[in-house]
Design a protein around this ligand. Structure first.
Ligand code: ZN
Length: 886
């Protein structure tokens, strides 16, 4: 059936998520209805059209976007049998108290002595007369924990023997590997019924449709299953088996981290890409699983590779690569055959499918990635993990190069000449080391396709934090402008979630987020400091635009087309910067930007690929390490990890059970219309409008407040003070109304305004908390808003007073007095496309129902008059909204 035929389907109503069946005959009661008697389907104005992969055997869906859902819709709303309604979900713990006590001890990693002390006090009635904990000592608790752990995937130990041929490091190495079988981990996730509602087993193609018609031209990418790689994997699996074939993509994260000042560990984490990001990237059940540690053998651990030179360095690197490869292969081995032939599993939703595991996404820093992929280092001829770009071509961001694939790389290795020197020279042309990659033999696990684009490391902390910001900072310092710049940054208006810096040029090293916040704030602080037509100012502007689109959690082909345009603009400006400031652009992170768009189309948006998701884990293992005695620490930590995971899974079951109990007791919530998208808070005492005017007489914006408010109410809210049966002519109405208002009306000023809005990024609810406060954390703060004016739905103004206006007959109106901005055509020293505003004269009243959301505007420091930049890069919604993208 053609896509256009969909509107002929006999369906009465569009629901928020409406299943629509293209491939099968419609069944159920609707199918009986004579098509001619049924009106054609009225599609929502804007919606997401979801095409499930044929293996899913699910009808296509329409998700309406006409209003923001109160909770994000789950793509899979298969009814589930209510689990655990009458069970004791805390089993094998004897009582709920036993479970709760253990959960807390495990979470806090309480030492045994303290557990015993607490138990003793509990049982000797020091705290209460009734104690439901059955444990007497930590040993009893350990027994219950051990019983609970049996449902867990245990760590196993294997020893890998590596014979290494070399002069500096030659010898036989015994590498101990303590790891958990990834297949067992995946099986547990897949069969866990509590994870089924947050899992999507098959790839989907999603399309953003507007104008009320189905249009497959603007594809949407968010979670990994919306990417092309998953679809290709699904396509490659058998379609005609008894059970449906299902690809299970794994996210592999590998990094080194210092767990103490001396000890470095290399944990490997797995995530199930089919689990929704909120759960997958969280720390509870369904979040990351520690698969093991790549542990350097004793003797190698103490070596600092930076002190090695020449052949010993390359020998050390070769040995390290062999260890990496050996350990990773050993850990992943159970997936190899299954990636080709699959294995039947009963999934958490009760359906049996043939599961084919594979590696879908790898998140690693370059050093780890190079070791994992067995490619040459960042200084080699062809250093990119994804393509064969020559090192001199790295700055050419809009050119594409031959992609690396498992096939092409294994062919290159096979074709390499045997004699050592020629072989080495030949492999250099491919940036390869002389290694067969173990993933070449896995199905649907191309290790080059699986490398992601990591915004945090490649852009925030990389191109900007390591290269462009230091260049700009250096120029400011050299020209004696750094202090002036810092003074401007100190005056940058405060905004929620944007870190404020009073002296950014004195920060030498920081994380990606800090650098990102500096980038977002820089433009108004620097534009009048640097010489006219400065390429550095244009660089800052274009980088904020690129970054705004890189960071979107939901993206579209149309948004990526804008990103492509911005990257091309960035490339041109970079060439200017390179010429003017002698800045080399030949570095890998610059080049990675050229892969970003395809990475998002292949694997979903950047949040699926950031290494940031593993960084919380580094802190976790550092904390775990502190609780060990340092001896065989990895082993002690793996036990701790098992305990935490066990309890996290029990926590989820107990939570669900508690919720099911609550649901039985509560009345069902009736559907209700949420009429207002704003809330007022932190109210002051009520005052009459004349009193407000008197109190603020020194402020010209309050001039004639009382009279202007009355005029505003008469014009925009003429119906409020009068009942419908009072049929009075307009002039008389106005007169009596003004009289009433003057005598009774009161104004209740508020200092905080909450505004809910539908985010342009993912169409879910967003919320701004806006301040209108003469003294907020020691300084005055008057935030700005975007509001709908008659001729402009992007009108902006600064809040001066937010208040509830109490009118006669118990009528109240929520209003704001704002200082409106208007567009400005003033020319800064360097012109950019960053939107500008200046003040319109005076102040006006607006109803809060017309406020769309908050806005951040910053004065352009050093301008001869008050002109502002709209800080459109402050979040994704603001950027799309202000620049009118989709
Ligand atoms: Zn490349």
């Amino acid at each position: 059936m053609a896509v256009d035929d969909i509107i002929q389907l006999p369906t009465h109503q569009i629901y928020e998520q409406m299943p629509m069946d293209f491939d099968q005959d419609a069944n159920g009661p609707d199918a009986e209805v004579d098509a001619s008697s049924v009106p054609t389907v009225a599609l929502p104005l804007r919606f997401i059209f979801v095409k499930h992969h044929p293996h899913a055997k699910q009808p296509n869906e329409i998700i309406s976007l006409d209003s923001a859902p109160s909770t994000p819709p789950l793509p899979d709303d298969n009814p589930r049998s209510p689990p655990l309604s009458n069970a004791r979900p805390w089993r094998p713990f004897i009582t709920y108290s036993d479970y709760k006590f253990t959960s807390r001890c495990v979470q806090r990693r309480t030492p045994n002595a303290e557990i015993d002390e607490d138990l003793n006090d509990l049982h000797t009635q020091a705290f209460s007369s009734d104690c439901f904990i059955t444990f007497r000592t930590h040993r009893d608790m350990e027994k219950s924990l051990a019983a609970a752990r049996t449902s867990n995937i245990s760590f196993c130990r294997k020893t890998l023997t590596i014979d290494f041929d070399g002069t500096a490091f030659g010898g036989t190495y015994e590498v101990e590997v303590e790891f958990r079988d990834p297949w067992q981990i995946m099986k547990q996730w897949v069969s866990d019924e509590t994870l089924a509602p947050v899992s999507t087993w098959f790839s989907q193609e999603k399309y953003y449709c507007k104008n009320g018609t189905i249009d497959l031209s603007d594809q949407l990418y968010d979670e990994p299953w919306t990417g092309r790689n998953w679809k290709y994997a699904d396509d490659s699996l058998p379609a005609d088996d008894l059970y449906p074939s299902c690809y299970l993509g794994l996210h592999v994260w590998l990094d080194k981290g210092l767990v103490s000042t001396k000890v470095k560990m290399h944990p490997i984490l797995f995530r199930g890409c089919w689990i929704h990001s909120a759960t997958r990237n969280g720390s509870g059940n369904g979040g990351s699983a520690l698969a093991g540690f790549v542990k350097m053998p004793p003797g190698l651990r103490q070596i600092d590779p930076n002190t090695l030179t020449g052949s010993s360095r390359s020998e050390y690197d070769r040995l390290k690569r062999m260890i990496y490869r050996g350990v990773c292969h050993l850990v992943m081995a159970s997936l190899e055959q299954r990636s080709h032939h699959g294995e039947a599993l009963r999934f958490g939703d009760g359906i049996t499918r043939i599961a084919y595991p594979g590696v879908l996404i790898e998140s690693m820093d370059f050093e780890e990635l190079a070791a994992w992929l067995a490619i040459r280092n960042s200084m080699s001829l062809h250093p990119c993990p994804q393509c064969l770009a020559h090192k001199n071509d790295l700055p050419r961001l809009t050119r594409s190069f031959t992609k690396r694939t498992s096939e092409s790389m294994s062919c290159a290795l096979a074709r390499a000449p045997i004699p050592k020197t020629e072989r080495n020279e030949y492999l250099k042309q491919y940036g390869l080391h002389d290694f067969e990659h173990f993933l070449w033999n896995f199905n649907n696990s191309d290790p080059y396709k699986a490398t992601g684009y990591d915004c945090l490391h490649f852009f925030d902390g990389g191109i900007w934090g390591r290269h462009m910001w230091p260049l700009i900072k250096g120029c400011l310092q050299r020209d004696g402008l750094a202090s002036k710049f810092n003074t401007n940054m100190d005056k940058f208006p405060r905004w929620r979630d944007l870190k404020h810096f009073s002296s950014p040029t004195t920060i030498d090293y920081s994380d990606g987020q800090t650098f990102l916040d500096i980038l977002k704030s820089s433009l108004p602080c620097i534009v009048q400091l640097l010489p006219a037509n400065s390429c550095l100012v244009r660089l800052i502007r274009v980088m904020t635009k690129v970054r705004a689109l890189l960071g979107l959690e939901v993206t579209l082909d149309s948004r990526l087309a804008h990103l492509h345009k911005f990257i091309a603009e960035y490339e041109r400006i970079c060439n200017d910067v390179s010429e003017t400031h002698n800045k080399s652009l030949n570095f890998l992170k610059q080049h990675f930007l050229s892969h970003a768009i395809n990475c998002f189309k292949d694997k979903g948006t950047s949040r699926n690929q950031n290494t940031r998701v593993g960084e919380g884990f580094q802190q976790e293992i550092a904390a775990q390490y502190k609780k060990t005695n340092g001896k065989d620490a990895e082993h002690q930590m793996s036990i701790m990890d098992e305990n935490e995971e066990t309890m996290a899974r029990l926590d989820m079951k107990v939570d669900e059970w508690r919720k099911s109990q609550e649901d039985d007791e509560k009345d069902p919530v009736l559907p209700h219309a949420v009429t207002s998208h704003w809330k007022l808070g932190s109210a002051d005492a009520r005052m009459t409008s004349t009193r407000i005017e008197t109190v603020n007489r020194s402020n010209s914006l309050y001039r004639d407040f009382n009279m202007r408010l009355r005029e505003y109410l008469a014009e925009y809210h003429p119906n409020h003070p009068v009942h419908e049966d009072q049929n009075i002519e307009v002039g008389a109405l106005l007169k009596s109304f003004v009289f009433n208002l003057a005598s009774v009306s009161q104004v209740e000023p508020c200092k905080v305004l909450y505004v809910d809005f539908q985010s342009k990024v993912d169409w879910n609810n967003g919320r701004d908390i806006l301040r209108c406060n003469p003294m907020f954390h020691g300084r005055q703060r008057y935030d700005s808003v975007i509001y709908e004016a008659q001729d402009d739905n992007l009108a902006m103004g600064q809040l001066q007073l937010v208040f509830r206006c109490h009118l006669p007959r118990n009528i109240s109106l929520d209003l704001a007095m704002i200082r409106p901005y208007r567009k400005s055509s003033w020319a800064a020293r360097t012109r950019t496309d960053c939107p500008m505003r200046e003040w319109s004269p005076g102040s006006i009243f607006i109803a809060l129902e017309h406020v769309t959301r908050g806005a951040l505007l910053c004065p352009i420091f050093g301008a001869p008059r008050e002109v502002f930049y709209v800080i459109d890069c402050v979040d994704g919604d603001m950027f799309l909204r202000v620049n009118n993208i989709d």
